[in-house]
Design a protein around this ligand. Structure first.
Ligand SMILES: Cc1cc2nc3c(=O)[nH]c(=O)nc-3n(C[C@H](O)[C@H](O)[C@H](O)COP(=O)(O)OP(=O)(O)OC[C@H]3O[C@@H](n4cnc5c(N)ncnc54)[C@H](O)[C@@H]3O)c2cc1C
Length: 375
């Protein structure tokens, strides 16, 4: 492969691959350098829920843009995915009220959503606990398979004349390209740091990148096709995701294309071990039983843990790395929404690089927002 490119990208997760694809399709010579295998980092650990989260307006804008771009992707109809929609489950009257506010927001933005009273909820998801206060159904959300998203995006990069090098770690970003761990160098007009949690180690900016790995655990059952039909998420999940608790558990469950049920999830800043924490897993299962009382009758086949790249304010960093010459870029920190927002991230980043106006306001994602706060 050529060692001189327009854009050299560090990291072959879903974010790096989406950015590489966008740049390659725009006619730039692109190369991705991945220390391991494409899509094997946080991308492989994730649940694959492509979900239009609306609680933060900036996050909502990025999620909506991303969902539109996913649907416009040429591979969309041929990947493993299901349009399950999402049921946001209310346990209490207070959560029901919050769900109605959410419903109004989603409808105002033109999304298809409806409130399901408890009796209707029972008919659409009979396995759910009978004492729930109802659910908000959002129609367009999807369940996909993260590693496949990354692999197919990477295939597009290669088809467009770009290169994807696996087992090729980057040691440092340079003004004129990349220093590879093997000792080689890559000459590049621009470099993009998209190394997920490891972006911290390669970060060349003046102020530190305020990104922390946030561990999450998942479990998957044996095949029970039709056990649930929607992606199920407790409304309290949003507090868990946006909150800063050292450790939290919130219920969500998905019907996978294989017929398996994928159960999540936990969030922990304090556990840096890649191993599954059995006590926390037991908490997750208990939480799942609150919503799906007979879930214990399904055999759990596997469980795993991964690390979400979490920024201090919950929003990714997309743009120029502050304190560098202007040709070093970052796209990371997507926490638990990077599978959803990879395409929108790529669009915003590429527009900035090409000097075009992005489709959404990029300011909430500006990497220098933390420098300004620190000053
Ligand atoms: C338990 C869990 C559940 C999740 N569920 C969802 C969900 O349902 N929906 C959703 O949208 N998101 C979800 N996410 C979040 C999503 O998985 C991440 O936000 C997303 O995968 C981040 O992608 P990335 O490309 O930034 O990082 P990664 O996938 O981690 O990719 C970064 C890549 O950089 C490589 N790298 C690191 N250092 C170097 C180096 N020096 N040189 C070269 N390469 C390097 C790594 O090997 C890695 O492959 C979940 C995450 C977890 C952990």
């Amino acid at each position: 492969m050529s060692r001189s490119v327009d854009v050299a990208i560090v990291g072959g997760g879903v974010v790096g691959c989406a950015c590489a694809r966008a740049a390659a399709l725009a006619g730039l010579r692109v190369a991705v350098f991945e220390a391991g295998r494409v899509g094997a980092g946080a991308t492989a650990a994730g649940m694959g829920h492509l979900v239009t989260i609306d609680d933060d307006p900036a996050e909502f804008a990025l999620a909506r843009l991303s969902m539109n771009l996913w649907r416009a992707w040429s591979a969309w109809d041929t990947i493993e995915r299901r349009t399950t929609g999402t049921l946001w489950l209310a346990e209490t009257a207070k959560q029901r009220d919050a769900a109605h506010a959410k419903l109004a927001r989603l409808r105002a933005a033109g999304l298809s959503a409806e409130w399901l009273e408890p009796t209707v909820l029972q008919s659409v998801e009979p396995r759910l606990a009978r004492d729930l206060a109802g659910a908000l159904r959002v129609a367009g959300d999807e369940v996909a398979y993260g590693p496949e998203l990354a692999a197919r995006l990477a295939a597009d990069v290669c088809a467009a004349g770009g290169a994807v090098e696996e087992m090729c770690a980057v040691a440092a970003l340079r003004d004129d390209g990349l220093q590879l761990a093997s000792g080689g160098r890559v000459s590049a007009g621009h470099v993009l740091l998209a190394a997920g949690c490891d972006s911290v180690r390669l970060w060349p900016g003046d102020a530190p990148l305020p990104l922390r790995p946030r561990k999450g655990q998942l479990a998957i059952t044996d095949r029970h096709p039709g056990y649930v039909r929607h992606a199920l998420v407790e409304l309290g999940y949003i507090d868990s995701a946006h909150g800063d608790a050292d450790e939290a558990v919130a219920f969500n469950a998905q019907p996978r294309a294989s017929g398996q049920v994928l159960l999540g999830s936990s969030r922990s800043y304090r556990d840096a071990s890649p191993d599954v924490d059995a006590a926390l897993l037991a908490r997750m299962v208990r939480r799942a039983q609150r919503f799906l009382p007979d879930i214990g009758s399904l055999q759990m086949l596997r469980c795993w843990a991964g690390f979400r790249p979490a920024m201090a304010d919950g929003r990714p960093a997309i743009g120029r790395i502050p304190g560098t010459r202007g040709n070093q870029w970052v796209a990371t920190g997507h926490e638990g929404l990077g599978l959803t927002t990879a395409t929108g991230t790529a669009s915003v980043w590429l527009d900035l690089l090409l000097g075009r106006a992005p489709a959404i306001d990029p300011a909430p994602y500006a990497p220098d927002r933390f420098v300004a706060v620190a000053a």
